[in-house]
Design a protein around this ligand. Structure first.
Ligand SMILES: [Zn+2]
Length: 284
């Protein structure tokens, strides 16, 4: 056992996976063990540590190893986030991905990549070049992508429709329901984060009631984007079950049953690449 299993006691308990957090973040650096322990205590079984810039990949790898040492399943996704587009060009981003692919243990996804058109201080053409190079690199290896979307849903959809890709997830989605449906048609999942816990998020709530359950996965984006109960605090992967509860109550579903559906979605999202290091599901 890797700590408290979530909900069920029959040995078939769901695996509750945070599909998006930033374990290497400065906010966690001093006490990652406590962050991991908090997650285990709250029934989180695993987490995907998502990269933002090649300069941090080594720290990210150390954080993943550290999380495993604490008994949690953890995996890395590497990628260069659009906020770094002025500092890291497409060639440098691809070189960093190539280096990560040579490691014994390969990343389970490419991300966080995408487009952020709310940031008008970052050249849109540099963002497009950085994004499409990484999208193509992921497709060649059948790797899912973890997408950052801000005022860029239509442009992301434009690229997804015109290029080969291996699916993925739109993280922290802020677009419309119609756009969400178009991402789902493209084979992408929608990441459900702390925003769903905000009582005033009516548009988000309506969307989360209506989108197909088979297209949803859970995420925290910790240490960013804390949910309602933790406003102004550092977000933690251990808060993930609060997003599950919020989604279950919006959908009028049993939390454990919903959790099992989400677990199957996560397996599909990562194409069976997640292997667990729990005692009963040895890491291979
Ligand atoms: Zn993120």
């Amino acid at each position: 056992m890797i700590g408290a299993r979530f909900g069920l006691e029959d040995g078939n308990a769901m695996e509750l996976i945070d599909t998006h957090c930033h374990l290497e973040a400065a906010a966690f650096r001093d006490d990652l063990a406590a962050v991991i322990q908090h997650a285990v205590e709250h029934g989180v079984n695993g987490m995907v540590a998502v990269g933002v810039s090649p300069a941090d990949f080594a720290a990210q790898r150390r954080a993943v190893t550290g999380a495993r040492r604490e008994g949690l399943s953890a995996w890395a996704a590497f990628g260069t986030h659009p906020w770094w587009a002025e500092r890291v060009d497409a060639n440098a981003a691809i070189s960093a991905l190539e280096a990560s692919w040579g490691d014994d243990e390969r990343p389970v996804a490419v991300g966080e990549i995408g487009l952020d058109f709310a940031r008008d201080d970052i050249d849109a053409e540099r963002q497009n070049a950085l994004f499409t190079a990484q999208l193509d690199w992921a497709a060649e290896r059948d790797l899912p992508v973890i997408l950052h979307e801000r005022k860029s849903a239509d442009r992301l959809l434009y690229w997804l429709r015109r290029r080969q890709h291996a699916g993925g997830v739109v993280h922290g989605f802020t677009g419309s329901r119609q756009q969400a449906e178009q991402f789902i048609e493209q084979g992408l999942f929608i990441g459900v984060g702390g925003a769903i816990t905000h009582p005033g998020a009516h548009r988000m709530h309506r969307m989360m009631r209506e989108l197909p359950l088979e297209a949803l996965v859970l995420e925290t984006d910790a240490p960013n984007q804390p949910g309602h109960a933790h406003r102004g605090e550092c977000n933690m992967p251990g808060y993930l079950p609060e997003n599950l509860s919020a989604l279950a109550s919006l959908r009028g579903l049993d939390r454990d049953e919903l959790g099992e559906t989400i677990e199957r979605n996560v397996e599909r999202l990562f194409k069976g690449r997640l292997r667990y290091n729990a005692v009963d599901r040895p890491f291979t």
